[in-house]
Design a protein around this ligand. Structure first.
Ligand code: OGA
Ligand code: NI
Length: 359
């Protein structure tokens, strides 16, 4: 993309790969998983057992209630600094919106392959139905299909990638994306206050809350412990991610104390995590934690990750007010455009991008 201007709806490309939902159906008959999906590293670290800690739970309603907000925002800060992840309850996204999202997404993935392919990624971009971060023909592949679109700002939407079946899909996604903008804006304000910076400091950088939605479809696999649904990664392009689990199958695991910690979403919860951009802006006070998705032998799993992006012209580096004596600048500063170019030109590889930006 030599002279093409990088922007969030034009962030890179990925080598086309086979449709995994179709592949999984044929593997279910033949039993053989192609070698490109076999991941010896899948079992390199132990999986945490019950009793190995508990993922923080934050009550959104308490953040908004003056009687409890101070206590709850201290909890939120601890969660973002120590775990990089938390469950968010009482987020006030109407239940109808959540239920309609779940129904429409399940229905979309049930469509015949040809119908889904009407919304396939084009050769020049990452929006639509396909995959991301495939950079070479040798690279190992994730056991999943992905659907990604930019949802906000509204004028950046490219409607040709938005499914028309089920007929409610577009409207549902639009409502959901507006609700998540509201939730994320409040979180950004509280996170800023808890960092001791001006409450609108992050909102200015994430001006108008640009947003992308990635729907992950993880088919079952007879050799589930040999494959990975989503390679270990940190959420590179964004500042915050809000994840909605669509069906009741466990799969998300986060790195904690050298182990993979399985996240089991509470009923009605959104799982929220800090992305690379907030780790950098906070000068490392908040943590962008490595995570991955594993596969179930019998059941498909679906999830929706909503990423909040900084504004395209933002400059990303440690905020000067968080660079203090004893807490020197820890990361390079660069334009968000350069950051995006770097992120989407690499395969997913744990925290390697963040580490490469360390001073
Ligand atoms: C992601 C992600 C986890 C999941 O899409 O970035 O980490 O459980 N998803 O699907
Ligand atoms: Ni992620």
């Amino acid at each position: 993309m030599a002279d093409q201007k990088v922007s969030i709806q034009n962030i890179g490309t990925s080598i086309p790969v086979d449709n995994v939902q179709a592949l999984a159906a044929s593997v279910a008959d033949s039993g053989a998983v192609p070698p490109r999906y076999i991941r010896p590293e899948a079992n390199a670290y132990p999986v945490a057992q019950d009793g190995d800690g508990e993922l923080p739970v934050i009550d959104f309603a308490r953040l908004l209630d003056l009687r409890f907000s101070q206590e709850e925002s201290a909890k939120l800060h601890y969660a973002c600094a120590e775990w990089g992840f938390f469950q968010l309850l009482n987020h006030q996204v109407p239940e109808e919106v959540i239920e309609q999202m779940k129904a429409d997404i399940m229905e979309f993935f049930k469509l015949p392959l040809e119908e889904k392919k009407a919304f396939a990624q084009g050769p020049g971009g990452l929006q639509g139905y396909g995959q991301a971060f495939v950079m070479s023909e040798e690279q190992k592949l994730d056991w999943a299909d992905v659907f990604f679109v930019i949802t906000r700002p509204v004028h950046l939407r490219e409607m040709r990638f938005w499914p028309t079946r089920p007929p409610t899909f577009r409207n549902t996604l639009s409502c959901y994306s507006a609700e998540l903008k509201r939730v994320a804006s409040t979180l950004m304000e509280v996170i800023a206050e808890a960092l001791g910076i001006a409450p609108d400091r992050l909102l200015d950088i994430f001006d108008d809350m640009p947003q992308g939605v990635r729907i992950n479809y993880y088919p079952p696999c007879p050799e589930a412990d040999q494959v990975l649904g989503l390679s270990p990664h940190t959420d590179g392009g964004g500042g915050l991610t809000l994840l909605l689990q669509i069906n009741d199958v466990q799969g998300l695991q986060i790195k904690n104390n050298g182990k993979w910690f399985p996240v089991r979403p509470l009923p009605g919860a959104l799982v929220v995590n800090i992305g690379d951009i907030l780790e950098i802006l906070s000068n490392g006070k908040l943590n962008s934690i490595e995570h991955r998705a594993v596969i179930n032998t019998e059941k498909e799993r679906l999830s929706v990750a909503t990423f909040l992006f900084p504004s395209e012209d933002a400059v990303i580096g440690p905020l000067p007010e968080l660079v203090t004596k004893g807490c020197e600048e820890k990361y390079k500063t660069m334009s968000y455009r350069d950051f995006l170019k770097t992120f989407y030109a690499r395969k997913l590889d744990g925290r390697s991008l963040l580490e490469s930006l360390r001073l």
